[in-house]
Design a protein around this ligand. Structure first.
Ligand code: HDE
Length: 704
């Protein structure tokens, strides 16, 4: 079946005539392309003569039921939507490759990791969690980071998030968590937002969520791009080597471009300026050959080490500080190809945490254990058939054979008489089908955990899961002053949207266990009194602070992977624009030209066409901006609030603003900008780069 139909793209027909009441036999494809393009057919191979008019009893008569062309087309259309994912509905994916940079045969028998240089194809899907498939890209939310590695031993799906811990400790609470954050059951709003009563009501009743709440209220939850996020496997997994020795492991993806986030105001404005900001950014980066890459790192430890920690490594609300166990880099993933079809690939991809290969195994983390059940189940509901593994994006790239047969949408044609095992048909000279592989097949690690209370059947939470606050404190106190202020502001904002006073109070009573100063700042921000401290199941301890938890402490002032907007107008100096463009591009960045009008206009030294019109290309879409304007043009623009806001936003979001003389004189004062080190002349712009000027922040907003 041929699905491309280039002929239609060239169709040129007069819609006015098509709507006219008179009989009109439209022939859209009047040129004879019969030798060069595929014929338009229905799904059963019948050529279609007319794709413009339905079959009618007379020109003005009723449409006929026998019109199988119309019926099939509308039938297909009516069923083109499948249920969206209950969580992570909005996502963006890309193909790529994973390459091992360091062999670890002493830790795992996974063939992939047996040799440096081994590689396999991957498909990665990033997502938000709470919003529907059509929601915006930049809400405050956790981001999914799901990677499918098509290895020669079968698919390995590492279905992680951009935050290394989770809200809850036990899978049985997941439906409650998700119900509470999604739009409220009775009213159907808010979409893609945690700032509402039900979420905070639930959270405040679940003290174990406090650590993740610190992350979710931090800048981690408003990443600048998908390319600037870390990924985490979250749970403790197990590596198993050829001798059967197991080691615990945590997986990390470290973005080669470094970490970067937005400010809250910027994220909100981005949602309006470009609801697809992250999806577009990923697509354009790959399209432009700027392939985003992540290093895969592991933290490896054993039972004895785990037993000595003040937290339980099976508790997904806890992380292992990188300063305690460094992240060892063992491979790199590079995303180098956009999808050809969003639905077929990004929408239909089905990740399964149960997809592991020999040498990688699970732990008893009760959250992970629940996930091992959930994902297989959800795919049947979403994709409608147990044969979802046959969809090309899900199918392993190694051979697969078994005795499963039939089911809805069986697209393969299994051959042979034997659809059961054991059988002796092979001995009888027939093809008896595949056989077990005791040597090379997957065998579960025979975990013998002496801390497992004798293994009785109990509905219970382990005592070792009782400390809900120490790591929340660790996270908060490891941030820079600005980052702490961002967390305080975020909680104040979210609680300001909570209408139930007792819920706000309960949240604050928990914050007091994390950090008294944090609680005080939130109370002051809401103009509320601090409630009594909540009783902690276990008194928190002070852990050694961890710089790896802060984004700002790792920020890179690079152009690589960043986008600079240059504003020009009639008469602007092209040589200066070219120089900045060349400098940014030389360092791996991209430049977009912005002007009041997009068409070709005269500038000094030639003409220029803009990539974006000023009104439709606000500064929030850039990492840094430069203005190169003639004084009279700057004076004109200073009259336009939209143009002034272009600069005011860049200033407010602590971005570098390269500003020419005219801009300084006419526009910056109107935008309340008092030039600092982050406001260089255009000729010095390349030296300053894209680093955010966080020291500016206290000048532009109240950080209390
Ligand atoms: Fe998921 N999660 N999850 N989750 N999750 C789904 O599976 C679930 C959890 C994550 O791009 C669903 O195919 C349960 C943690 C990602 O297609 C569903 C629990 C982490 C994605 C599901 C969790 C994740 C999902 C919905 C608690 C980080 C998107 C559609 C036990 C480690 C994958 C689907 C994609 C998707 C269930 C908790 C990550 C319903 C029951 C923790 C990245 O099966």
């Amino acid at each position: 079946m041929h699905h491309h139909n280039p002929g239609l793209g060239e169709t040129d027909f007069d819609t006015e005539l098509g709507n006219a009441g008179e009989v009109h036999q439209q022939v859209p494809d009047s040129g004879d392309h019969s030798d060069t393009v595929a014929h338009l057919t229905d799904n059963h191979g019948h050529r279609i003569a007319d794709n413009q008019n339905s079959l009618k009893a007379g020109a003005r008569g009723p449409t006929l039921l026998e019109d199988f062309v119309l019926r099939e087309k509308i039938f297909h259309f009516d069923h083109e939507r499948i249920p969206e994912r209950i969580v992570h509905a909005r996502g963006s994916g890309a193909h790529g490759v994973f390459e091992v940079t360091k062999a670890i045969p002493e830790l795992t028998k996974a063939k992939l990791f047996s040799k440096a240089g081994n590689s396999c194809p991957v498909f990665t899907r990033f997502s938000t969690v709470a919003g529907g498939a059509g929601s915006v890209d930049t809400p405050r939310d956790v981001r999914g980071f799901a990677v499918k590695l098509y290895t020669e031993d079968g698919n390995w799906d590492l279905v992680g998030n951009n935050i290394p811990v989770f809200f809850i400790q036990d899978a049985i609470k997941f439906p409650d968590l998700v119900h509470s954050v999604k739009m409220e059951a009775d009213r159907g709003y808010p979409q893609a937002a945690s700032a509402h009563d039900t979420f905070w009501d639930f959270i405040s009743l679940m003290p174990e969520s406090m650590h993740m709440i610190m992350w979710a209220m931090s800048d981690r939850a408003i990443p600048r791009t998908l390319r600037n996020m870390e990924g985490f496997g979250v749970h403790t997994f197990r590596l198993v080597n050829a001798e059967g020795k197991g080691s615990f492991v945590k997986f990390h993806w470290k973005p080669v471009l470094g970490l970067a986030s937005t400010t809250w105001d910027e994220a909100v404005k981005l949602a309006g300026a470009d609801p697809d900001f992250h999806r577009r950014d990923l697509h354009e980066a790959i399209d432009g050959g700027h392939y985003p890459a992540w290093d895969l790192g592991i933290q490896v430890f054993d039972e004895a080490w785990a037993a000595k920690q003040p937290y339980d490594v099976l508790d997904a609300t806890k992380l292992i500080p990188e300063e305690e166990i460094p992240v060892d880099i063992i491979g790199r993933m590079t995303l180098n190809r956009n999808v050809d079809n969003f639905f077929a690939e990004t929408e239909q991809v089905a990740f399964l945490p149960t997809n592991v290969v020999p040498g990688i195994d699970f732990s008893n983390d009760p959250l992970l254990q629940g996930r091992l059940f959930s994902y297989l189940d959800t795919q049947k509901s979403r994709l409608g058939t147990t044969n979802f593994h046959q969809i090309p994006i899900n199918a392993p790239k190694c051979p697969f054979h078994n005795f499963q047969r039939d089911g809805m949408m069986q697209t393969l044609v299994p051959t042979g008489r034997a659809n059961y095992e054991p059988n002796s048909l092979a001995e009888a000279g027939e093809d008896g089908g595949p056989r077990e592989c005791p040597e090379t097949g997957f065998t579960s690690f025979a975990a013998n955990d002496e801390r497992n209370d004798g293994g009785e059947k109990l509905r219970i939470r382990a005592e070792t899961f009782a400390d809900h606050y120490s790591q929340a404190r660790l996270f908060y106190r490891s941030q820079t002053d600005n980052e702490q202020a961002h967390i305080c502001s975020a909680i104040v904002f979210e609680l300001s949207k909570v209408t139930l006073e007792h819920v706000r109070n309960r949240v604050m009573s928990r914050l007091r266990n994390i950090d008294e100063d944090l609680a005080k700042r939130v109370a002051a921000g809401l103009a509320m009194d601090l409630p009594e401290k909540a009783k902690a199941a276990k008194e928190p301890i002070d852990m050694a602070l961890s710089d790896a938890l802060s984004i700002q402490k790792q920020e890179k002032p690079v152009f690589e992977g960043r986008c600079v907007g240059i504003l020009y107008a009639e008469g602007s100096d092209k040589a200066m624009i070219d120089e900045i463009k060349a400098g940014v591009e030389k360092d791996g960045g991209t430049v977009k030209l912005v002007a009041p009008k997009v068409g070709e206009i005269k500038v000094k030294g030639g003409t220029l066409k803009a990539d974006g019109q000023l009104a439709g290309t606000p500064s929030v879409v850039f990492d840094a901006v430069v203005a190169i304007l003639m004084p009279d043009q700057a004076q004109e623009l200073a009259k336009d609030v939209g143009a002034v806001a272009w600069f005011a936003d860049a200033w407010y979001h602590c971005k570098t603003i390269g500003a020419c003389g005219g801009t300084r004189e006419h526009i910056l004062p109107k935008a309340n900008i008092e030039p600092d080190a982050g406001v260089p002349k255009p000729e010095d712009f390349l030296k300053v780069g894209t680093k955010r000027h966080w020291d500016r922040e206290p000048k532009v907003r109240d950080l209390a």
